[in-house]
Every structure is written in C-alpha cells, then in structure tokens.
Design a protein around this ligand. Sequence first.
Ligand code: PLP
Length: 434
Amino acid sequence: MTDPFQHRGGALHAEGVPVARIAASVGTPFYVYSTAALVEQYRGFAAAFAGVDARIHYAMKANSNIAVLKTLADLGAGADVVSEGELRLALAAGVPPQRIVFSGVGKTDAELAFALNTGIYQINVESEPELEALSRVASGLGKTAPITIRVNPDVDPETHAKISTGYSGTKFGVPWTDAPRLYKKAAGLAGIDVVGVDVHIGSQLTKLEPFETAFRRVAGLIGKLRTLGLNIRRADLGGGLGIVYDSTNGAPPDPASYAAMVKRIFAPLNVQVMFEPGRYLVGNAGLLVGSVIYVKEADGKTFYIIDAAMNDLIRPSLYDAYHAMEPVKQPAAGAGLKPVDVAGPVCETGDLLAADRPLPPMAAGDLLAIRSGGAYAAVMASTYNARPLVPEVLVNGEEFAVVRRRPTYEEMSRLEALPPWLEPASGGRAKALP
Ligand SMILES: *Cc1c(COP(=O)(O)O)cnc(C)c1O
C-alpha cells in the first residue's frame, strides 16, 4: 500500500494535509482516515478477482463510520453486518440491501425480521437454533431467507487466540462434520432457501496455508452437499487477511496470491465467491493522533503520558497488539531513540499503548501518531473514565472533514436520569453538568 501518512518538510501529512493542522482544528486525540488508502486497498482487492463472479462485502465492524462506508460503497463494496445497528448504518450509507450479508452468532428474532424486511442478500446462519428461529420468523413474514450455514472447518489460523474463530471449541459456526445433517434439515424448512456455504476462520491472518486448508474443506463440503441434491451456488469465504502492523515483521500475503489460491480451489465448482474483508481495507488507512501531556521519569523509566488511551485504542491491552508510533514533527537529525512506555491517562495498569518502545525525545504538547488506527480502533472505543469519544476525520487530497465530532459533556450524560427517590424537590436532574 502506498503510505498515505508521510513526512514532508519535517511534518507528518495525511495525504496532502499536515496532521498538525488537523490537530489545531479539532483538538487531540482524533482518528484520521485517508480516502486514497481506502480506495487503493479496495481496488487492489477487487482487481485480484477481476473476471471472477466475486463479491466483496466490507466487514464494517472494523470501522463503521458512515463516511468510510460510503467511500467504499461508492467503489462497489457491499457490507457484512453483525447487528441491526450495523445494518441500519449500512443502509444509511447507501449500501443496497442486495449487497448486504448478515453474520454473527447471536442474531435475535427482531434483528432477523428487520433484515428480512430490507430484502437482504444473505443471512449466514451459525447454529441449529438460529436456523429454526429464522425459518419461523421468515415464514411468519411470508418471506424466504437466502442462507448459508457458517461452518467451522477446525483449522488453526495461527493468529492471536482472541481473534481465532475457526477451530473447534469456539462459539462460531457449526462443526463442518455436522454440516451435511444441518444442510439437509435446512433444505426441508419453510422460509429457507439454501444458497451457499460460509466460513471465516479468524482475523489478522499472516499466512495463506490456514485459509487454504479451510477453503479446501469448504470446497469438499460443497461437492458433498451437491450430491445430496442441494443447489449450492455461493461460497462466502469470510475475511481475515492480515495487514502490516510492524514493518520489521514481514508482510502478510497479498491479494493476488490469496486470489490465485481461491481461484485454484473454487473455479472448478462454478460458484459465486464472496469475501468479507475488514481490517485489510481500513487498518492502515488510519492513524490515532494524541498529544504528550507529560514526560514522566520514574524508576529509571521514561513514560510519555499522552491524551489518547486504551478507551480510544484497546488493541494493545486486549490483544497485546503492536502499533507503530512516530512523532508528527520529524525529530532533529541524530536525535537518537530511547525506550519509553507510552501510556494514557486511564486508571488501569493495562492502559499502556506501547512498552519499551524506541522513540525520539518528545516534550509536553508534541503530537504522537499511532499507526494502523483505521480498523478495530474507533469502533471499539468506550467512554471509560468519562472520556469523550474521539473525533474521526476523513482526508481526501488537500481536504479534510470531521466525520464524527467529539460529543459534548452534556451529550455524554443526556441518557442518564435520576430515579424518583433521588430527585431533588424541584424534579429533573440534580445538577446540570457544566
Ligand atoms: C470480523 C469478521 C470479518 C472481518 O475480519 P477481518 O479480519 O477484519 O477481515 C469477516 N467476517 C466475519 C464473519 C467476521 O466476524
């Protein structure tokens, strides 16, 4: 990927916009996303499948900002959604229902009904009780649900345990050995149209082999289901392609070699192949930018205490994830690096964005750019410690726009109310927040 965040004249830019200018305009911390990077990643992935009956459904759980969604949808991307909320956002961003698939282990009756009423392209069923619920809901609405069953191919994706989904014993999908039985059952149920097989083995995969093992099992299953008389015409192969977080660590497979492997396996089957990339499309299209509040020396260690924290980027705490970092202002030549801990203000020892990270000298007020902030960053944010959600900014060439603003403190507390027994005599809130 062409790096959309490069130093020019000693200052980090997001495409044509100095990051410091965005900071001056919106305040820190903030996320910034590059349109050029989104376009390049989407087009690169799509080009790898040129001439193939392939569909790309962006897994919007990676970044569900409506401007990011619309940027991808305008290029032709569909959406993979995992909740009614995501489905509503996808529709609001203009993704047609015929380009939306619904995944997830715990879809409620209400969510299934909502999805069916939109005319959704496909529902990926993850269990027998879900299959029964969907049959009941669809029949009740007088509709037919186009479904796949997500199979668990029992493959170790060789990624972090918390983002591995395709080995036996996880909550995802149905064991692939049990799939034929469930498919036969599905074929006989009212309101169900079996259209394909679905698989998603995990996220941030850095090798092709686990994909290949899983896909061969799916291909074998499709053959078997066809001999049982099922009209299997789609293979939804999920997402999971990894990105570079640490450039010293080697690169994950590129879409071309991934596509070549997919074509080898699925071309003979004459199915529509479907993909649900999330991280690959958005991960390195974004930064999280914070400012140094204090440089703290303690016990012979140096801490950069910054205004961004684990509530803005939970990946280091949750997955021990590595995120590359650099000062927005290029350090003086020969400034040297020394190991520092980069921590946020949240009252948790785990609020550590980097440990012993070699970084140049920085001072209070300096801006720090944290890379790979486009995926599983803003979407996983919380307001822990009553910290406002961080604004999201989209850059396009020389332009930038705030695509989600920072809430006010008043907005943050608006949904809360005092129970009658705590209300002051005057009623209403005890005290408006300043
Ligand atoms: C999370 C998820 C994806 C996207 O995974 P990435 O690693 O971000 O590509 C795709 N499909 C399903 C079912 C998922 O749960």
